[in-house]
Write a protein that binds this ligand. Structure first.
Ligand code: PEP
Length: 249
């Protein structure tokens, strides 16, 4: 039985006041959630967030990490540093990192390996653009993205990861994949993993992300191969995010 995970990606949003207010409001709302609850604030708020979520039902994660452990890499943050600030999870290969910062499949795979080496659980994001979907390339794109990770970290590494299917055309657009569209890709991803390891395919969690809201979450999460969600915009409202967590229960 895969326990559902609902992860909030705050992206580059927040102030000290917002982080404090949002987490204080969220804590009691998700205290008895049956799904796992995760928030991923910007790096600079991790220390504040760590203090606020300690001994609560809310886990902490980051939105990105460096491929290296330490050294002359100006602006980078390593997995070890994230661990020191209480992170258990880290997003890798979010479509904004791929499209805006040129992250290739190979770089995403290296980040996944760096996360594993640091003892973090990588949430590996895959997903197709609208042009790729319209061109009938959805599955070849997500398989290619996943294969790059699998080739580097192997079945053992992937077994410590979570996958997030996020169709790029659904992120921040208000246009959600239908439950059937999402389920089709999730099932295909599981089938792809089964070719490498059938047991892992059954065990690995595959989240859906892309305009998940309180009013569409339950239907998405009811699909057999959808194990929770990666939530952007709606994770900035405690009420909305808690309602999505409840939908995962
Ligand atoms: C995301 O950023 O991963 C995301 C899914 O965003 P949104 O929920 O706003 O579409």
């Amino acid at each position: 039985m895969r326990r559902k995970l609902v992860a909030g990606n705050w992206k580059m949003h927040g102030t000290r006041a917002l982080v404090g207010g949002l987490l204080e409001e969220l804590k009691p709302m998700v205290a008895t959630a049956s799904c796992e609850v995760l928030v991923c604030p910007p790096f600079v708020f991790l220390e504040q967030a760590e203090g606020l979520v300690r001994d609560t039902a809310i886990a902490l994660g980051a939105q990105d990490l460096a491929t290296d452990v330490m050294g002359a890499y100006t602006g980078e943050v390593s997995g070890g540093m994230l661990r020191e600030f209480g992170c258990r999870y880290v997003l890798v290969g979010h479509s904004e990192r791929r499209s805006l910062y040129g992250e290739s499949d190979e770089l995403v795979a290296r980040k996944c390996l760096a996360a594993l080496n640091a003892g973090l659980t990588p949430i590996v994001c895959v997903g197709e653009t609208l042009a790729e979907r319209d061109g009938g390339e959805t599955l070849s794109v997500v398989f290619r993205q996943l294969q790059a990770v699998l080739a580097l970290v192997g079945v053992a590494g992937l077994s410590q990861a979570v996958i997030a299917y996020e169709p790029v055309w659904a992120i921040g657009t208000g246009r959600t994949a239908t439950p059937e569209q999402a389920q089709e890709v999730h099932a295909a991803l599981r089938g792809f993993i089964a070719k490498a390891d059938a047991e892992l395919a059954e065990k690995i969690r595959i989240l859906y992300g892309g305009s998940v809201k309180a009013d569409n979450a339950a239907e998405l999460f009811a699909q057999v191969d959808i194990d929770g969600g990666l939530i952007g915009g709606a994770s900035l409202s405690a009420t909305d995010f808690a309602a999505i967590c409840a939908a995962a229960g």
